[in-house]
Design a binder for this molecule. Structure first.
Ligand code: PEP
Length: 257
């Protein structure tokens, strides 16, 4: 099945209500690019205001807690972000794994909670520069992804609709230098094979795999031409409608992934 390219903006810890005009501009532009699925994950505080006004784009969260509620000061559950208007959540981002010590087991528990709350999940994986230099990138990413995915019993039936994987090598995030198309091709084909092994021939081929790490309007087309790249997870370049929609425009050319 050929699915629409999926372009997701991760605003990280950027954005006050002053950014609502940028979200509106992204939403308006997305209405002119219906061949592309456009989404943004703003800080928690902007999920509801953006969701309330959005006509085309999906709104998501950048994380959620693995429990439904309780004495967890400062945390927010999957059901809470869904209640605010999020339809998806990014989990296992490297800034959560390194900055907050999130283990694969915790990411797996969060994904289970997110699916149970009816959210779609974008599950991130990716190796550090040291791991790549040691020649162990493929083995690392396979192990990380396998350990971060919930067990089959916790996965929803319509999995290809609900699960997206994002390959984000840490050394490419925020550096201005994306991975080479050869590196992306190699890792995406490894991830595709793993998804088929874990999820079966029915679902594995249809789960979208996004690339993330310094995607910009001027390098997006080359990245989208790589087999098994189903779109992009975009940090810095998602903060303005101009650059983010430049990437969506590159994705609106037909590409068979
Ligand atoms: C990210 O952090 O998910 C990301 C891809 O960031 P950037 O596009 O800024 O490299």
């Amino acid at each position: 099945m050929t699915r629409r390219p999926y372009i997701v903006g991760n605003w990280k810890m950027h954005g006050t209500r002053a950014m609502l005009s940028e979200a509106r501009a992204i939403d308006r532009a997305a209405q002119r690019h219906m061949k592309v699925e456009v989404a943004i994950a703003p800080p928690y505080t902007l999920i509801h205001p953006i969701h309330r006004e959005a006509e085309q784009i999906a709104v998501g969260a950048q994380d959620c807690h693995h429990e439904d509620g309780g004495a967890h000061t400062g945390d927010i559950s999957a059901a809470m972000v869904a209640d605010a208007g999020a339809s998806f959540v990014i989990l296992g981002h490297s800034e959560r794994r390194t900055g907050h010590g999130e283990s694969d087991a915790l990411v797996r528990a969060k994904a289970g909670a997110a699916f149970a709350a009816g959210l779609k999940v974008i599950l991130c994986c990716g190796e550090s520069a040291a791991t790549r230099e040691s020649g162990k990138a493929v083995a690392f990413v396979k192990k990380q992804l396998k350990a971060s995915l919930p067990e089959a019993a916790q996965l929803p039936a319509e999995l290809a609709e609900r699960l997206t994987v994002a390959y984000e090598p840490l050394w490419a995030i925020g550096t201005g230098t994306p991975a080479t198309t050869d590196d992306i091709a190699e890792m995406h084909s490894v991830i595709r094979a793993l998804l088929i092994e874990l999820l079966g021939e029915e679902q594995g081929p249809d789960v979208r795999i996004l690339y993330g790490g310094s995607v910009k309007p001027d390098n997006a087309a080359a990245i989208f031409a790589v087999p098994d790249v189903g779109g992009a997870l975009v940090g810095g370049a998602s903060l303005t409608a101009d650059s983010f929609m430049g990437i969506a425009l590159a994705a609106s050319e037909p590409f068979e992934n």
